[in-house]
Design a binder for this molecule. Structure first.
Ligand SMILES: Nc1ncnc2c1ncn2[C@@H]1O[C@H](COP(=O)(O)OP(=O)(O)OP(=O)(O)O)[C@@H](O)[C@H]1O
Length: 277
């Protein structure tokens, strides 16, 4: 079976948000999906920045774990890297598009192919699983009007069903979202993100509210999907085994700086624990 993009080519999406052809993993490391340079952030004019002068590049197709102690700035860095939180300084380039000076619709369009998965799944409780997944096409940058017109389109629903199938939940399409387990609910949130046909997925502690088994299954799912769909994946986790098992590379924040940045096979659980001293 081909990737989502091959099976369901984008139709009616503005060219600038239609994105690129999936990149072969073998050559994907040649291209940077995300380039962050000199990123700094403090809150409320605070004298102590959360982080300062952070730079890193993520090649297309790479899976990156972002780790560090509570309050070290992981969520802030993840959000600043997409300008969901405005950094104080620094530049951000996604797929050769400079996000730094963009505003409003232009900014939303440039990041339309980046999915964000949160610890809270944020489903609409009274709607069906399928309707929740269909909401994902809102993020494609077409605007609410286009979405409403296309919401019931047969092909849109077919694609939503396909996304549900990708996360193993096609059988639950008609179930109400508030009748799901935590693990099922996170799968629906991931299917909703797949509706964006993402080139990159950022996940902020996606397993934090799940039991160990469900958490591992979700990480397996991300791992499998990132390979099948060839998306770049960056996730925040407090679980070192998740970082070691599911990332190609580990970034670690400590004292407002990137104290760790290297391939996963450079680290062991005990060497990573130094971040938490
Ligand atoms: N909106 C905000 N206003 C003020 N301070 C904030 C805001 N968001 C985060 N902070 C502060 O920035 C610092 C980093 O927070 P952040 O949530 O990024 O850390 P984290 O590493 O993700 O933490 P955790 O592992 O506990 O989720 C913390 O000191 C936090 O209190």
């Amino acid at each position: 079976m081909g990737s989502l993009a091959e099976q369901f080519p984008l139709d009616g999406v503005p060219e600038e948000s239609a994105g690129t052809v999936p990149v072969n993993r073998a050559c994907s490391s040649m291209l940077a999906a995300l380039r962050v340079k000199g990123l700094s952030k403090s809150f409320g004019g605070g004298a102590v920045p959360v982080f300062r002068d952070i730079s890193f590049q993520i090649p297309k197709g790479q899976s990156v774990a972002l780790i560090g102690a509570n309050g070290s700035g992981k969520s802030t860095l993840l959000r600043c890297s997409l300008r969901l939180i405005e950094p104080d300084s620094g530049s951000i380039i996604i797929n050769d598009e400079n996000l730094t000076g963009l505003r409003g619709r232009q900014l939303r369009r440039k990041r339309a192919r980046v999915g964000f998965v949160f610890q809270k799944h944020n489903l609409v409780p009274r709607l069906s699983v399928l309707s929740n997944v269909c909401h994902g096409s809102l993020s494609r940058g077409q605007g609410a009007r286009a979405w409403l017109q296309g919401f019931c389109r047969r092909e849109e629903r077919a694609f939503a069903l396909h996304c549900l199938d990708q996360v193993g939940l096609a059988d639950l399409a008609e179930r109400r979202a508030d009748h799901l387990s935590g693990g099922q609910s996170q799968r629906v949130a991931i299917a909703r993100t797949l509706m964006q046909r993402p080139e990159m997925i950022f996940a902020d502690e996606p397993t934090a509210s799940l039991d160990p088994q469900a958490g591992q299954e979700i990480m397996e799912l991300f791992h499998q999907l990132s390979r099948d769909e060839d998306f770049t994946f960056m996730f925040v986790s407090h679980q070192l085994d998740h970082a070691l098992d599911y990332a190609d590379r580990v970034l670690g924040l400590k004292g407002g700086e990137l104290a760790i940045d290297g391939p996963v096979d450079h680290w062991t659980a005990s060497s990573l624990r130094g971040l938490y001293d």
